[in-house]
Design a protein around this ligand. Structure first.
Ligand code: OAD
Length: 277
C-alpha cells in the first residue's frame, strides 16, 4: 500500500512540529499498523511466515548483519563458505561452529517464536519458512517448519554421512569426529552450497499459494530465501514485514512494515487478533 508510506513520511514531518512529548505519532502509527495486521490476519485464509535471524536475537542468538552481527566480526567467505570448510574444518569449527553450538544448545524461544506458534494454535498460520538453523520455531510449538538453510540440530560426517545430535557431540577436541574417523559438520547450508531441494520446492509452492506472508526479522538480502515474499506478492498475497529496520522489500514488495522487535510486535498482534476473532 503506497498510501501508507507517504503517511509514515508525513507523520515524521508532523512530529517535528508537535514534538514527541505532545503526541507521539509514531506510537499512533504503530498501533494502527498492529490493528491492520490483526485484521489482515483475520481475513486471510492461508498465512505463512518467512523468518530470519532477527526473530532469534531476543533468545540471545546474534544476527549476521548489522550491529553485533557475526559478519561484523568475521568474513563469511573465510568461515561460512563450503570451500573454507573443506579447506580448514578445524578453523571453521573453532571460530564459528563451536560458538554457535554453545549458544544454540541453551537458547529458548522468545515471544516472537511463541507468537508464531500461537498463530498456528489459533488455526491461522500453517507453515513457517525459516532461514534460521536454531530449531526455536519447533521448540515454540510450530509443527510445519521448513528449514531453508538446513539445521544446526544435527552434525553430519563428511565421510560416511552418519548423523549425530549436535547437543550430544563432544567438542573437547576440535574438530569432532565420527566413529569412522571422518570430521563432523553442521547439517546446515554453507555459502556455495545448494538449498535443500525439498525445502526450496515446498517454500516456492507455499509462497505462491498463500494469502498473507509475515516476513519477520530478515534483512532479505540472501537469495533465494528473499525471493519468497516476491513470489507471494506477485501472486496476490499481502506481505507484512516486522523488523526494526527497513529492508530491500520494504518499498517495493511489502504492503507495510511494522517497525519493532519481533517479540513485542507479535504480542501486540496476537492480543488484537484475539479481540477481533
Ligand atoms: P540478518 O542478520 O541478515 O538480518 C537480521 C534482521 O533482523 C535485520 O534486518 C535486522 O534489522 C532485524 N532485527 C534486528 N533485531 C530484531 C528484532 N528484535 N526483531 C525482529 N527483527 C530484528 O539475518 P537473515 O536475514 O536471517 O545464511 O540472514 C539471512 C542469511 O544470511 C542467514 O540465514 C545466513 C546468513 O548468511 C547462511 O548462513 C546460509
Amino acid at each position: 500500500m503506497i498510501w501508507f508510506l507517504s503517511c509514515e513520511t508525513s507523520d515524521r514531518h508532523l512530529n517535528t512540529f508537535l514534538g514527541p512529548q505532545q503526541f507521539d505519532l509514531n506510537e499512533v502509527n504503530m498501533k494502527e499498523l498492529i490493528k491492520q495486521a490483526a485484521e489482515d490476519l483475520a481475513a486471510a485464509g492461508k498465512v505463512t511466515a518467512l523468518t530470519g535471524a532477527g526473530i532469534s536475537i531476543e533468545s540471545g542468538i546474534p544476527p549476521f548483519r548489522g550491529k553485533g552481527g557475526l559478519w561484523e566480526r568475521f568474513d563469511p567467505m573465510e568461515i561460512a563458505h563450503i570451500d573454507a570448510l573443506m579447506r580448514d574444518p578445524a578453523k571453521v569449527w573453532t571460530i564459528l561452529v563451536k560458538e554457535m553450538k554453545e549458544i544454540v544448545d541453551t537458547a529458548v524461544p522468545n515471544d516472537g517464536h511463541k507468537g508464531l506458534a500461537k498463530l498456528e494454535e489459533m488455526g491461522k498460520l500453517k507453515t513457517v519458512i525459516t532461514q534460521n538453523i536454531d530449531g526455536l520455531h519447533q521448540a515454540a510449538g510450530n509443527t510445519d517448519v521448513i528449514e531453508f538453510h538446513g539445521t544446526f540440530a544435527w552434525q553430519r560426517c563428511m565421510d560416511c554421512s552418519r548423523e549425530y545430535e549436535t547437543s550430544k557431540v563432544d567438542i573437547s577436541e576440535i574438530p569432532p569426529r565420527c566413529s569412522c574417523g571422518g570430521i563432523l559438520r553442521p547439517d546446515a547450508v554453507f555459502f556455495g552450497e545448494m538449498i535443500p531441494q525439498e525445502a526450496l520446492w515446498r517454500s516456492r509452492q507455499i509462497a505462491f499459494d498463500c494469502d498473507l506472508m509475515l516476513v519477520v526479522g530478515t534483512s532479505a538480502v540472501v537469495q533465494p530465501a528473499a525471493l519468497m515474499p516476491v513470489i507471494a506478492k506477485e501472486n496476490g498475497a499481502k506481505v507484512v514485514e516486522i523488523n526494526p529496520e527497513r529492508t530491500p522489500l520494504t518499498d517495493e514488495i511489502s504492503d507495510y512494515l511494522i517497525t519493532g522487535g519481533a517479540g513485542d510486535v507479535m504480542n501486540q498482534i496476537i492480543e488484537k487478533l484475539e479481540q477481533i476473532s
